[in-house]
Design a protein around this ligand. Structure first.
Ligand code: GLA
Length: 411
């Protein structure tokens, strides 16, 4: 009896000891503080899919710097799916495709770093990536060490070919693997919002996709033959309800890489960009910088819009009201300011006649509200870069189909 008791005590001490060890390793948590404002950069997927190579990366990095995009805040170059060969090497390591990257991935990353930029790669929690390259399942710690050795700064981690595994656990495992490998790497979860990552993603990653893939249109659904859909940017904006309270500094709802400069016209691109700023989405450009028009560049580098996206409160804006097909979006900003966007969702020109005093904003998730009868705000039109009166007067304007007006309200 006495012996049995001793054995029991010894066992529980041992298992307590193991438990501690494991807990320490498994609860590593993400690298904190790597994305205190929505991360900004370029991702290869929207324009190039798997047709990527070192020339493209170098030219993109060069233009990111020479065009002013880097100075505006875009600093991550992320290679999406298609950077590897179809087999791991004899050690089980991933192999950057030597035909696409003849100078080697490490040299390419050093080139990007030498420009003052950061570098990201893509993989998938499943057995294969969405485009059929080796996935990370079963190789989490090995791949994390591989990325740390290469010197990457950002990992997008996708969700194809994941039958039988649990999203939260799979993302947690990779997050812990990155932490253990020791190099600070922004961890970008991409499981399309299927498993409510906003509810569990905060200790695990710095951003998480909330939708399936974007499509370069205003409001369409593009049905792929294999039975899945890509979405116009307004469809993504509409897709999730009541998740804004989960987004904030270092843990962002990610509305997907942008399609600005791809197939929409400049008016729609403007609206797309304004909405990504209003909802504090990560801002990854997805266009070909080598063919970028000056209008596209001007949209992407609009300083005042970017300041709304990058505001340090990090609050995701919300739809306040719809008036005759014109959506009114508002976003609390630091120092008591607000951003307001009017977006004409209809196919015809609309008149705006907005009486501030009859429209006080109330953000019940974050506890901000306006009282326009007591506090007057001055208005600035951020697309015209022009003062626009104050909230004492009714705001009167016209707005073209699919266009946006964005105002900053300063008390
Ligand atoms: C998924 C992701 C996309 C892209 C592709 C790559 O569809 O959602 O953003 O990474 O895979 O295959």
């Amino acid at each position: 009896m006495k012996n049995a008791l001793l054995v029991l005590i010894a066992l529980s001490i041992t298992s307590f000891g193991f438990g501690q060890g494991n807990t320490h390793k498994q609860e590593g948590g993400k690298f904190e503080g790597l994305a205190m404002t929505p991360p900004m950069g370029w991702n290869s997927w929207n324009t190039f899919a798997t047709n990527i190579d070192e020339k493209l990366v170098k030219e993109t990095a060069d233009i990111m710097v020479s065009s002013g995009l880097a100075a505006a805040g875009y600093n991550y170059i992320v290679l999406d799916d298609g950077w590897m060969t179809h087999e791991r090497d004899a050690n089980g390591d991933l192999v950057p495709d030597p035909q696409k990257f003849p100078s080697g991935m490490k040299a390419l990353i050093e080139y990007v770093h030498s420009k003052g930029l950061k570098f990201g790669l893509y993989n998938c929690a499943g057995t294969k990536t969405c485009a059929g390259y080796p996935g990370t399942r079963g190789y989490e710690y090995q791949d994390a060490r591989f990325y740390a050795r290469l010197g990457i700064d950002f990992l997008k981690y996708d969700w194809c070919n994941t039958e039988g595994i649990t999203a939260k656990e799979a993302y947690k495992t990779m997050s812990n693997a990155l932490k253990t490998a020791g190099r600070p790497i922004v961890f970008s979860l991409c499981e399309w919002g299927d498993n409510q990552p906003w509810e569990w993603g905060k200790p695990i990653g710095n951003l998480w996709r909330i939708s399936g893939d974007i499509y370069p249109c205003f409001d369409c659904e593009f049905k792929h033959p294999e039975n899945w859909s890509s979405w116009g940017f307004m469809k993504i904006i509409d897709m999730r309800k009541n998740i804004r309270k989960y987004s904030g500094p270092d843990h962002w709802n990610d509305f997907d890489m942008m399609e600005v400069g791809n197939e929409m016209n400049d008016t729609e691109d403007k609206s797309h960009f304004a909405m990504w700023c209003m909802v504090a989405s990560p801002l990854f450009t997805g266009n070909d910088y080598r063919k970028m028009s000056k209008e596209t560049l001007a949209i992407l580098t609009n300083k005042e819009l970017l300041a709304i996206n990058q505001d340090k409160l990090g609050i995701q804006g919300f739809k306040y009201k719809v008036i005759d097909g014109v959506e009114v979006w508002v976003k609390p900003l630091s120092d008591g300011a607000w951003a307001v966007s009017f977006l004409n969702r209809t196919d015809s020109l609309k008149k705006i006649n907005f009486d501030w005093k009859k429209n006080n904003f109330k953000d019940s998730d974050f506890g901000f509200e306006t009282d326009f009868s007591k506090t007057t705000f001055k208005l600035k039109d951020l697309w015209k870069n022009k003062e626009a009166g104050s909230t004492k007067k009714i705001f009167i304007s016209e707005i073209a189909s699919h266009d946006v007006i964005t105002l900053k309200l300063t008390p």
